[in-house]
Design a protein. Structure first.
Length: 300
């Protein structure tokens, strides 16, 4: 490090830099490492401390963050994501899946009924995804949001697209049956916004009889002929052998309380996401950009 250069510019700090940053003796830092209390990595025998994780660890020990210590169940709520669902199983994280849409995930996170919530909710005014204040999460003083992936959303179509659907305008045709998600799902909100941009009245759509409660359910309803088209992620289309027409790039983020970031289920999941076979799986599923995975995009 150059003399006078601020520590904040470094992604990783040395033991001496951490001791100076925390105003502790180096011996105390080694004690914390030995006890598994402080986040660190060992590279060629040298201890390095990820700056983002260190700041989260420090803030999780603020007195104000001790107010609510009711044990949070190891549950992943919110929106379903094929890559995330696979990683939860393969990582041995121990997280239980309860994915009933982004809106449901927000409610369960606020209520202390989920450790983690997967979100992909677009704010129509700012054009940005997962704005805490717009989601009703602005009052969470210990909220952290971590980037999972950028995903491609688009129209899922029957194999070979027999109806020749070429865009959103075709969804208004009375013979086209549209698969749809529950109202507070991220995909339902996105579909409404995309239709509005095109000047299409959603009331004109011929909807499938029942909402699909997950990405895979929606894809399966099209595969089985219960619907002709629906909005979903490319990975779900590929899993069911469907045609796919891309429409939107979106951010899929993980929301959690700051203290939960250091719980074993979360750490196992994030560690697994750095393994080569995770990247291989993302490539095979299709429609994912995982270049920012693990980046803290919001820290209250």
């Amino acid at each position: 490090m150059e003399r006078g250069e601020p520590l904040a510019t470094h992604a990783y700090l040395t033991t001496a830099e951490v001791a100076d940053y925390l105003r502790l003796k180096e011996r105390k830092i080694y004690d914390l490492v030995r006890q598994g209390e402080i986040p660190c990595v060992r590279v060629t025998g040298k201890l390095l401390f990820p700056r983002q994780s260190l700041d989260l660890w420090l803030m999780s020990h603020l007195e104000g963050d001790q107010a609510s210590r009711r044990p949070v169940p190891s549950v992943l709520a919110g929106s379903q994501d094929p890559l995330l669902e696979w990683a939860v199983r393969e990582s041995g994280s121990g997280l239980a899946l309860l994915c009933h849409g982004s809106g449901d995930g927000v409610r369960r996170l606020l209520g202390g009924d989920a450790m983690l919530a997967g979100l992909h909710l677009l704010d129509p005014e700012s054009g940005r995804y997962n704005e805490p204040a717009r989601l009703g999460l602005g009052g969470m003083r210990d909220l952290v949001m971590v980037r999972w992936a950028r995903r491609r959303q688009g129209l899922l179509l029957a194999p070979d697209n027999p109806l020749g659907i070429a865009g959103l305008a075709d969804l208004a045709h009375p013979e086209v049956r549209v698969a749809h998600r529950q109202p507070d799902a991220g995909a339902a909100r996105l579909l409404g916004l995309l239709l509005a941009r095109e000047g299409i009245d959603s009331e004109c759509l011929t909807l499938a009889g029942h909402p699909s409660l997950s990405e895979d359910d929606l894809a399966l309803s099209i595969r089985q002929g219960e619907a002709d088209v629906g909005l979903g992620v490319e990975a779900a289309a590929r899993r069911q052998g469907l045609a796919f027409l891309p429409l939107q790039e979106e951010s899929f983020d993980l929301a959690l309380r700051r203290r939960s970031y250091f719980e074993p289920p979360i750490q196992r999941l994030l560690a697994f996401a750095r393994e080569p076979r995770f990247a291989e799986r993302a490539e095979a599923l299709g429609g994912y950009d995982i270049g920012e995975l693990g980046r803290v995009v919001f820290n209250a």
